[in-house]
Each structure stands twice: as C-alpha cells, then as structure tokens.
Design a protein around this ligand. Structure first.
Ligand SMILES: [Mn+2]
Length: 197
C-alpha cells in the first residue's frame, strides 16, 4: 500500500517494509522513502521488482535537468516501469493502463513537504522528489508470485545548471547496499536509556 497508517502489524515475516520518512531542518523539508526486506534478504521476486523500481528512479533522476518539463522525470520512470512489467508478463502491453504505479513520480519540496510550484519547466535551484513505485495487490490478474510486493524508492533531487544532484544520496538505495546494511548490528542495540529514579 502507499501509506500504512494504522501501524498495528506486529509480525512482518518476509514481507517488504516501506518507510516514507519526512524531516524538517531550519524550516525546510525532506521526503525520503526506502524499502527493505524484513528478513534481511530480498526474495527473487522482491528483488526483480525492487531493481525495476530502481532503474525507473535512475531514469527519473537523469531527467531532472533544467528546462526539462516538470513531468519529464515521471514520463521517464513510467516508461521503464511499463516496459519492465511487460517483460515480466505482469501486464500484456507497455501501453496498457494498469493499477501498479498509481501515483506521480515527483512533487516539489521546500517549506512544505508537498510544496507549491509552477509545474512548468524545471529551474536550477528547485528541489523535487523522484519516487517511482510498484504495488501489486493480492488477487491481481498476474502470476500470484508477485502478489503482495510493493516497492517505492524516493530521493530528493536538486536541479542545477550542471544536472541533477541527489541530496539524499547517502541513504543506501541499491538492493545489494540495503542487504549489506541489514546485516549490520542496529545502532539501537547500543542505545542505553537514562536511568529512571
Ligand atoms: Mn514524497
């Protein structure tokens, strides 16, 4: 699902955990999403979908150029997703309408996390998100091995005269980087809470 609001699930098994994280610093916002396998390792099907979203995001980021239309990153990402879903047999034709990528790829970032903007050509100094996703609900008309897989990857991209700059690049994003990070001990294991009297 796009946003899991109830937060009531206590067992995630081998599912993917999608974390959409907003933060503010000196009044300016950020919006970053990472998707990790709860087991520490992507299943083969999860990995295929993850890598497809990753490639779509790379295409979207590459389209974040000054003077490009606001929708250029979305078009680039959607093209990769539609081709990939077709190659996997999840949709029949890459021009088919489908419910697996049900949102736009970008929104403005600034004082608000979904900031106002012109939706005209991209300008140097503007920051937008690039956040393609694929969500395959249970019961979808495709091989059931894909059911229940949902991946979104979101980064914050500064438009510059010299091309895109990924402001959230330090958060690991490649599948192998995420699996490597999942092996590491959690910093929370070292956390000592202050003694309560
Ligand atoms: Mn966002």
């Amino acid at each position: 699902m796009l946003h899991y609001i109830e937060n009531s699930k206590t067992q995630v098994g081998k599912e993917l955990v999608l974390m959409d994280i907003g933060a503010e610093y000196h009044g300016y916002t950020a919006d970053v999403t990472r998707t990790v396998p709860a087991s520490g390792k992507f299943s083969p099907e999860q990995r295929v979908i993850y890598d497809l979203v990753y490639r779509a995001q790379e295409a979207g980021i590459a389209a974040c150029k000054a003077n490009n239309d606001f929708w250029a990153p979305h078009k680039a990402a959607a093209e990769v997703i539609n081709k990939g879903l077709t190659a996997l047999g999840i949709i029949k034709n890459e021009t088919d309408k489908h419910p697996y990528f049900p949102h736009g790829t970008s929104h403005y970032l600034g004082l608000d996390v979904h900031d106002r903007g012109t939706y005209g050509p991209l300008k140097a100094g503007t920051v937008i998100t690039v956040e393609p996703g694929i969500y395959i609900p249970e019961g979808s008309p495709c091989d059931r091995k894909w059911w229940g897989i949902a991946v979104r990857i979101e980064d914050d991209i500064l438009i510059t005269a010299n091309g895109p700059e990924n402001l959230s690049a330090k958060a690991p994003r490649k599948a192998e980087e995420i699996e490597k990070l999942m092996i590491e001990e959690s910093a929370f294991n070292q956390l000592e809470l202050p003694k309560l009297d």
